[in-house]
Design a protein around this ligand. Structure first.
Ligand code: 13P
Length: 342
């Protein structure tokens, strides 16, 4: 294993002022996104939408890497250039989602285990050949009186570590994504407790399965009150509680923490990241790996129409720029007005 090469890729992914675009929606998830704008999900509409994002001029000022899906990494721009090459030519690092989804965990009441380990070594080798330099695997956990269970916490931690070890062996940086879902009515204290428990198990397994933390990134949820809670924590409280949790559970050797947005509004996701960076410096870079919070305005502006491509690209560029500002604690809500000229 070449730790230096893994570490330099990880560091490039969390370079100053930059973060990651998650464009790795599975065929089922991207269908939901396209349904929301009244566009039929076909291989061509999925390709056209991803082309719009990947060819946005200037996005590379704020975007260090893009996570692709199995179908997407094999697709090309209209001029025939494969997507991984389109990205690499702008200095954006291509990555790939390699789990095959969260499935019901046997003998539990609605908990999940993420699948995709069988044959993973061969798939990683193929993805590396297609240009990927990092990979992602997402485990999910719910918060309830008896959840997440120790059974769910440890089986997912074990699978995350097995995936991550195979990635390092293959020369790909593993982005380890344990997502404690923030749906429901839980308090921020309950989210803090579940998130800390999950992270502790994940770092125990990563350590025991011989991962070199310097060549990894963590992609976690922020610690929030449930989306349906009556009294929701402020941005300052989210920043304080999330940082306290990560200081306790994430080793300083990890180069970066790249948050998922997980259903927060675009502007909340930016403001929360900003509030955490404003309290820096921290032992790790604090960055973003957003799907919805980077794409939602662009998707809406596009609406599946060729004549709207430029407007959609402006919307995506703007969100990338706002999150780039949040990397240094320099974001302010007034900046939202400056861009997206009609
Ligand atoms: P969201 O930012 O939309 O949560 O997506 C990030 C992601 O990659 C989830 O796996």
């Amino acid at each position: 294993m070449d730790v230096q090469q893994l570490q330099s890729t990880a560091q490039a992914l969390v370079a100053e002022g930059k973060g990651i675009l998650a464009a790795d929606e599975s065929t089922g998830t991207i269908k939901k996104r396209l349904d929301s704008i009244g566009v039929e999900s076909t291989e061509e509409t999925r390709r056209a939408y991803r082309e719009l994002l990947f060819t946005t001029e200037g996005a590379e000022e704020f975007i260090s890497g893009v996570i692709l899906y199995d179908e997407t990494i094999r697709q090309s721009a209209s001029d025939g250039t494969p997507f991984p090459e389109v990205l690499a030519s702008k200095g954006i690092i291509p990555g790939i989602k390699v789990d095959t989804g969260a499935k019901p965990l046997a003998l539990t009441d609605g908990e999940t285990i993420t699948e995709g380990l069988d044959g993973l070594r061969g798939r990683l080798e193929e993805y590396r050949g297609l240009g990927a330099r990092f990979a992602k695997w997402r485990a999910t956990y719910s918060i309830a009186a008896d959840k997440p269970s120790e059974y769910c916490v440890w089986t997912n931690a074990h699978a995350l570590a097995r995936y991550a070890a195979l990635c390092q062996e293959a020369g790909l940086v593993p982005i380890v994504e344990p997502e404690v879902l923030q749906d429901g009515t839980h308090t921020i204290a309950e989210s803090r407790k579940a998130t800390g428990r999950v992270l502790q198990a994940v770092y125990t397994e990563l350590h025991d399965q011989r991962l070199d933390f310097r060549g990894t990134l963590l992609k976690p949820n922020m610690v929030l009150s449930g989306y349906d809670a009556s009294d929701r924590a402020s941005a300052d409280e989210v920043a304080e509680v999330t940082l306290e949790c990560f200081y306790k559970h994430v080793p300083a050797a990890v180069p970066g923490i790249v948050f998922l947005s997980g259903g927060q509004s675009d502007e909340d996701a930016t403001a929360h990241l900003n509030a955490m960076n404003a309290r820096g410096p921290h032992p790790w870079q604090l960055s973003f790996s957003y799907g919805r919070a980077l794409q939602a305005p662009a998707l809406k502006a596009w609406g599946g129409k060729e004549e709207n491509v430029e407007a959609a690209q402006r919307a995506y560029y703007h969100r990338a720029k706002m999150n780039g500002a949040a990397r240094t604690g320099m974001y302010a809500p007034e900046m939202e007005k400056e861009a997206v000229p009609a």
